[in-house]
Design a protein around this ligand. Structure first.
Ligand code: HEM
Length: 668
């Protein structure tokens, strides 16, 4: 059937576009694309929308009436006999179909034919109506989607759910990581529509939904234009920030570089770990605390820049910060900022600007009308990258002119960097710039954050630390450099890393966008309808803590869950419940490199230090966990630091700690 001015007519198989297009103005505001807003509302002609989908308009005036008003339903379900009647009148006046409750039953109404057969479930009627339009406008039919329902919507009190947006921003700034979202996901059983500023945005912690998007229906979920737009001024079109053919091009070009052989050469880690540990020893010998988060960010930056570009920024060479707040011990402050500090700070500023855009959502360009927040930091980052890229291109072009034998010698080199590898495929400076920067961003903060959280746990769980140290000393000994074979043997080391990644995944929230109308399985009933262009935010952070997936002790830090019978009970039957590195075709390219780097550093750390503890006094007061958190159950009530997330997770104000040197080592 197709909707025209004259009513409902049979279609010629669905390919014909309706000849009529009209605009209805009814209620307080218009929605853009959603069937979610059809409760007691009108459906506008299908040709009027982006992607040729029906434009839906709500009878939103009802929302502003008191709850007691006849026709005002519970919460945001504003449908009732009254509303349905309004919809019926309006449907005649405007010659549209409408959906609403009449006499306690859910109906689809059309001006010419009157009422369709009643249903008990309005959501089902909405989804079916919507799909009829979808069918007629796009010539597509979705048989499995018939009977789908729309997910529950989180309702606020202010127009556009603006109060919910403020609530979320407040949680991001002042709350524990995941505050708000965790409770809402719990209330809605793992799936709801956030609906901020009139935009469909689904939230989920449901393992099957995540699996669908990342693996089983991968081709229908992409990062999407909106994500790419707000990332573009930093990431360009690199592997992390592209879809479709562009993503395939970048991924296939970069992937071979992460071969097992190349990432198993630990000299590079050793050189930088050695420098980091020397710095730590000097600081602790002087009697002061050290910000481990800052130190490890320098370590991963130096290791990554050398691995990727062959040119290390030497951020470990600069002075490390001292605690600087008024109550901290009085200590000398570094006075100058080195060039490597400039790069590190600019790199962080650029990522923070992206994180702010992500939080604001589609309206971010309005907040940057007068100033692109990423411009200034990216000038510094690019000034560092440009000469390195130019030199790599110059070398590649010079090699093109040399003999095949000479060229082969240089490309087979074990020391080949990512840049050396990439120039074999392209010398386009933009592609090279984007790709190397993407890998730097994807790989540096994630590893630094995970090591920060791991060391936090080693400080507050001394038994875990002692057991891990024992394993390290037994397998590797007090001074030897660890090898990949050692790591295979060290089950507890891997379990400690995994348990850290479970409770504090470096990428706690992520997003995908539906390319076409589709559905998600709903463990509690009929499938959920997902219109094209819907953003679905999935929280691995929340999923990793769900008791129905991980058992009653899900909130405890217990590395043994990755070794004992809980593996067979929870993880093996449902492997997608543990996704720190994502899954499916877009799984993290650097996963093995990251395990190696983290394992290597932890081994070196515990070879050199026998105990460690947090130094809360050195932590800036505003970044300590607020006292009232103690009243909460779960990790929020016991944590001794303040975990936060922008693009990746981090410890607010750093992680200040002190360590005691091990007696058996004096080499570092
Ligand atoms: C503990 C450390 C790490 C964690 C937890 C981590 C996690 C992740 C996650 C969750 C994604 C998926 C992002 C998305 O699809 O939106 C990802 C992608 C990626 N990661 Fe990692 N990562 C880590 C380290 C690294 C390292 C060290 C590198 C490289 C040196 C790296 C390179 C990449 C790349 C290139 C992608 C994009 C893959 C694609 O889109 O095809 N990661 N990582």
């Amino acid at each position: 059937m197709v909707l025209t001015k004259a009513g409902l007519f049979p279609t010629n198989g669905g390919s014909e576009r309706p000849p009529f297009q009209f605009t209805v103005s009814h209620g307080i505001h218009k929605t853009r694309t959603s069937p979610m807003d059809l409760r007691g509302s009108l459906v506008e002609g299908p040709a009027a929308t982006r992607n040729q989908r029906p434009h839906l308009i709500r009878c939103d005036c009802i929302r502003w009436l008191p709850q007691s008003f006849p026709g005002r339903g519970e919460g945001d379900t504003i449908v009732s006999e009254m509303t349905g009647f309004c919809a019926w009148i309006s449907c005649h006046l405007t010659n549209t179909r409408a959906v609403g409750y009449l006499f306690g039953k859910a109906f689809a109404l059309s001006p010419q034919i009157g009422l369709d057969a009643p249903h008990t479930d309005l959501d089902e009627v909405i989804a079916q109506e919507y799909l009829k339009f979808s069918y007629t406008a796009n010539g597509r039919l979705h048989p499995p989607q018939w009977g789908a329902i729309v997910p529950p919507r989180l309702n606020g009190r202010w127009i556009g759910n603006y109060d919910r947006l403020l609530e979320l921003l407040n949680h991001f700034d002042n709350g524990y990581m995941g505050d708000g979202l965790t409770e809402w996901l719990d209330d809605f059983k793992g799936y709801f529509n956030l609906w901020i500023l009139w935009e469909n945005s689904y939230m989920t912690s449901d393992v099957n939904v995540v699996k669908t998007m990342l693996a089983t229906d991968f081709s229908n979920f992409e990062k999407g234009d909106a994500f790419q737009n707000f990332m573009h001024s930093v990431l360009g079109t690199g592997v992390f920030n592209s879809d479709g053919d562009m993503w395939k091009f970048h991924r296939s070009m970069t992937r071979p570089f992460f071969s097992r052989e190349r990432i198993s050469h630990f000299e590079l880690f050793d050189k930088h770990a050695d420098e980091a540990i020397k710095k730590m020893k000097n600081r602790f010998r002087a009697g002061y605390a050290l910000d481990f988060q800052d130190l490890i960010a320098r370590y991963t930056l130096d290791a990554a820049t050398e691995f990727l570009f062959g040119s290390c920024v030497h951020s470990l060479g600069s002075d490390l910060p001292y605690p600087s707040h008024p109550q901290a011990p009085v200590v000398p402050q570094p006075t100058t900022r080195s060039a490597s500090d400039e790069f590190a700070v600019a790199f962080l500023d650029a990522q923070e600007a992206l994180a702010i855009r992500g939080r604001i959502g589609w309206s971010w360009p309005w907040f940057e009308i007068f100033q692109n927040r990423t411009k200034k930091p990216m000038r510094v980052v690019d000034a560092y990258l440009e000469p390195i890229l130019k030199e790599a291109v110059r070398k590649a072009e010079a090699e093109k002119g040399s003999t095949h034998h000479e060229s082969k010698e240089s490309t087979d080199d074990e020391q080949e960097t990512l840049l050396d590898h990439l120039v074999k495929f392209t010398t386009d400076p933009v592609v090279l710039h984007d790709e190397t920067l993407n890998i730097l961003i994807a790989g540096r903060d994630t590893t630094a954050a995970s090591l920060t959280f791991a060391v936090y746990f080693l400080c507050v769980y001394p038994k875990v630390r002692e057991r891990l140290r024992k394993e390290i000393l037994e397998v590797v000994g007090p001074t030897r450099r660890p090898t990949p074979e050692d790591f295979r043997e060290m089950k507890y080391l891997r379990a400690v890393i995994n348990e850290t990644l479970r409770l504090y995944p470096a990428v706690p929230f992520n997003v995908r966008c539906a390319k076409q109308d589709t559905t998600f399985a709903n463990p509690n009933g009929k499938p959920f309808f997902v219109p094209a262009n819907t953003f679905v935010t999935y929280s691995v952070f929340v999923m990793h803590r769900r008791k129905d997936y991980w058992g009653p002790d899900a909130l405890e830090f217990d590395p043994d869950r990755f070794i004992d019978d809980r593996v067979a009970k929870y993880l093996i039957p449902n492997p997608f419940i543990f996704l720190p590195f994502n899954a499916g075709p877009r799984i993290c390219l650097g996963q093995q490199y990251a395990y190696n780097e983290m394992s290597f550093f932890l081994v070196r750390l515990l070879q050199n230090f026998s105990s460690m503890s947090l130094d809360i006094r050195s932590q800036p007061p505003e970044s300590r966990p607020p006292g009232h958190w103690k009243e909460f159950s779960g990790r929020k009530g016991i944590e001794e630091f303040n975990p936060k997330s922008h693009l990746t997770s981090y410890s607010m104000g750093g992680l200040w700690l002190k360590m005691d040197e091990a007696e058996s080592t004096d080499g570092a």
